[in-house]
Design a protein around this ligand. Structure first.
Ligand code: UQ1
Length: 451
């Protein structure tokens, strides 16, 4: 394990972030410097998947001069986070999935490598962590999610202990530890958790498990047809009531779970780790359940960065309160949001951003041109769910949990069946097209190349 370097700026966050200096972007710290004030036509908060795609799609409209658009992000690195499940399965090196953020940004963008202290929507301004103030005509808020490592007692220390069998793929620093723990296990109980509540990429918690299962199967340590006499036994413990939120895919994944002898603990929400004991909360005040483990893959709790709610632009749950279809703020018509920190009631993925960004950009440009915005997002999102080495179930759906399958529409292929072609999309094509096109504003997901 690499030594952890703790970013002192994080001390100011209330979310309890204490893990990676680069995979998490801290937007809520304040430091002192000589404050100044600048104006931009558009300010974009966040240079993750949504912020960077939106910024570059805006530039490609050829309506802006250099520095008309500003982008704010405190991070040094930009990560292809969908690849971290592949790192957890030993299929990729995490170093290959990141780029220096500054190298991805078009020089026509004004880059503020800083966090955000607060947004003042009535004043059309953003105050940066370094005290500088930016005025905007239009604001795009896309800071992503914060991970609350302190939401599970004992998690922080267990993750940082190189000898522990506790890991998570939801972090640059520990995504490779996940595979080490899988390789190291030769007998006992492996538990894979998923919290109650919203996380990014809701399928990832079980992707890691399916790959680990396949790894142990190939190593002769797990027999799906005879789990009770296998050296390793496997449990999926989720805070949710089913394997997946969309009934079509949930049914298939439940079938796989049973077929493969994986124990399912539903509505079991991990709350603490103490040595080799994991404790789960149950609904309705039922007694907590404690389980011994020899390997624990944890998915921490997540939420929107606190400055969103503090700035008065969040909904009850703290996400940027935008219209489900126009992506325009419900109260402030010159504020927009896409990506994980938005209130859009869909599964939070990079695939969702492929459909959200063009809608946001079109509507924002129409509003700037004095027109009515006419583009509507239908909730499209996708989860390329690794079910074993070499196979992916390509879940694609829209609002209402209704399947919207690209290859069914196109070729009549039912995507509920795990396939090798989808595996190569996930492992080879998406990581490539992401850096070759998506971050440049030229990838429209199921629509193919755009702009
Ligand atoms: C996609 O465009 C994309 O972006 C690179 C992904 O990576 C995170 C995806 O997982 C998916 C599913 C898409 C959607 C594109 C197609 C062709 C189905």
């Amino acid at each position: 394990m690499r030594r952890q370097v703790i970013n002192p700026a994080w001390n100011a966050t209330l979310t309890g972030l204490r893990i990676s200096r680069c995979s998490q972007r801290n937007f809520a710290s304040v430091s002192s410097a000589t404050p100044s004030s600048r104006s931009h036509k558009i300010v974009v908060v966040g240079a993750g998947t949504a912020g960077i795609a939106v910024s570059h799609q805006l530039l490609r409209a050829n309506k802006f001069s250099p520095q008309d658009i500003a982008i704010i992000d405190p991070a040094a690195w930009h990560h292809y986070q969908p690849g971290w499940t592949l790192v957890g399965g030993g299929l990729k090196n995490k170093e290959d999935l990141r780029r220096k953020l500054v190298d991805l940004l078009d020089p026509r963008l004004k880059f503020y490598n800083s966090g955000v202290a607060t947004i003042a929507p009535e004043d059309n301004s953003v105050t940066l962590a370094d005290g500088n103030k930016l005025n905007y005509e239009q604001l795009v808020v896309a800071p992503g999610l914060s991970i609350n490592y302190d939401g599970i007692q004992g998690l922080h220390d267990a993750l940082h202990d190189p000898s522990s069998q506790v890991s998570t793929i939801y972090n640059y620093d520990t995504c490779d530890k996940a595979f080490l723990t899988v390789e190291r296990l030769n007998k006992g109980t492996a538990i894979f958790t998923q919290p109650a509540g919203v996380i990014k990429c809701a399928g990832a918690p079980q992707k890691v498990m399916w790959l680990a299962l396949d790894y142990w199967k190939r190593a002769g340590l797990y027999s799906p047809t005879n789990p009770s006499s296998s050296a390793i036994n496997i449990t999926f413990a989720t805070g949710l009531p089913a394997m997946f939120a969309v009934p079509k895919y949930a049914a298939k994944l439940e079938e796989l779970r049973k077929e493969r002898g994986v124990e399912g603990l539903f509505q079991h929400d991990l709350v603490s780790i103490d040595g080799n004991v994991a404790t789960f909360a149950r609904p309705n005040g039922d007694a907590k359940v404690a389980r011994k483990f020899d390997l624990l893959h944890v998915v921490p709790k997540m939420g929107a960065p606190k400055f969103i709610k503090d700035s008065g632009i969040g909904n009850e749950a703290g996400y940027v309160d935008v219209d489900d279809h126009s992506l325009r703020h419900k109260k402030y018509p010159n504020i927009w949001s896409a990506g994980d920190a938005s209130s859009l009631p869909t599964s939070k993925t990079a695939a969702a951003v492929t459909s959200e960004a063009p809608v946001l950009v079109r509507n924002l440009l129409q509003v700037m041109g004095g027109q009515q915005p006419d583009a509507a997002y239908d909730g499209y999102t996708s989860c390329p769910l690794l079910t074993e080495y070499g196979k992916v179930l390509l879940a694609e759906f829209k609002y209402g949990g209704e399947p919207k399958e690209t290859f069914d529409d196109w070729l009549g292929i039912d995507q509920v069946e795990p396939r090798r072609a989808f595996y190569h999309l996930k492992k080879d094509f998406f990581p490539w097209v992401y850096y070759a096109s998506m971050v440049k504003g030229t990838w429209g997901g199921p629509k193919g190349w755009i702009n």
